[in-house]
Design a protein around this ligand. Structure first.
Ligand code: UTP
Length: 302
């Protein structure tokens, strides 16, 4: 079996109901933080971790994602005609090479576990990464790279974890940590969306995983879990004791961009971190909070 992590799965079949009405006709993963869609950041992060094959599990109404990673002849002709070779080159530089992208379709949004299972033939018998584009991580070293590096040392499954206030753990998969060096914690149990008083810890899994292909055997049962969905967490629970399994406390700040407040926080954090925008935005925000400029409500805003 190959051990280098070459393939990443991007489940993008969800409905994004928390972000309605924006997501009624537009995929959640195409929501834009500053000037790039969420899925673009996720693909860049995967590429920076050495991923060579990008597997999207899509659903109805997700064509914009395929178009985003494809040539756009009209736009390219237009840029050429205007002499904007710089913009053309910049765009070509981030487009995946022919054959690097594969799409499969999750016909029904039955849950994250089901979405990952839909990619089984494209992944085959090798360890692979999973990235949820609506989780963004602002960090010095790309979050997936941190996982891939850790997995190269310890093997098996490695999932990204972070400490969450106990009253919020029921939104996440939560691990029971075993041997723990403060960065890597052995996973001795994992449960999806537990009640706060029943959670085995406050170490919660976020949308970055490196997984062994055996996970597909467990997902094949299509057993429904929390919320009536096929949960990835439940398949991971079945893998405990059958090989190394760790949670990595990654370096960086994570934002839940599937949630409106998380998305706004990500927009500010990513913009403030940008050389071209940070200073201007900071000065605007300072003015707003020092009372020099009152935030206005647009007419009709709720
Ligand atoms: P979420 O739990 O955020 O669900 O999925 P969602 O449907 O996208 O959004 P809400 O909760 O209705 O607002 C986490 C990730 O799993 C994918 C989503 O696209 C997202 O990247 N997913 C979820 C699927 O691909 N298929 C599913 O059946 C469910």
């Amino acid at each position: 079996m190959k051990s280098r992590i070459r393939k990443a799965v991007f489940p993008v079949g969800g409905l994004g109901t928390r972000f309605l009405p924006a997501t009624k006709a537009m995929p959640k993963e195409m929501l834009t933080v500053v000037d790039k869609p969420l899925i673009h950041y996720a693909v860049e992060e995967a590429a920076a971790a050495g991923i060579e094959e990008f597997i999207f599990v899509t659903g109805r109404g997700k064509q914009a994602i395929e178009d985003h990673f494809d040539f756009s002849f009209e736009l390219e002709d237009n840029l050429k005609a205007k002499g904007r070779k710089d913009m053309l080159d910049a765009m070509r530089a981030w487009l995946p090479r022919p054959g690097q992208v594969a799409y499969t379709r999750q016909q029904e949004p039955l849950g994250l576990g089901h979405a990952v299972w839909c990619a089984r033939h494209l992944v085959g018998d090798e360890p692979f990464a999973v990235l949820l584009a609506d989780d963004m991580v602002l960090s010095d070293s790309p979050c997936l790279k941190q996982l891939v590096d850790a997995q190269a040392k310890v093997g098996g499954n490695v999932v990204a974890v972070m400490d969450v206030p106990r009253d919020q753990v029921s939104r996440y998969g939560v691990i029971a940590p075993g041997k723990d060096d403060g960065r890597l914690a052995e996973v001795t149990g994992i449960v999806e969306k537990p009640a706060p008083e029943k959670a085995p810890s406050t170490l919660c899994v976020i949308g970055r995983y490196v997984l062994m292909p055996e996970v597909f055997d467990h997902l094949a049962a299509h057993r429904k879990g929390a919320g009536g969905e096929v949960q990835l967490t439940d398949a991971l629970a079945k893998m405990i004791g059958h090989g190394p399994f760790h949670g990595l406390r990654f370096e960086g700040e994570r934002f839940d961009c599937g949630d409106k407040l998380g998305f706004l926080q990500a927009t500010l954090a990513f913009a403030l971190a940008r050389e071209d925008l940070g200073a201007g935005l900071e000065s605007y925000l300072r003015g707003m909070f020092e009372g020099r400029r009152k935030p206005k409500r647009p007419g009709g805003a709720r």
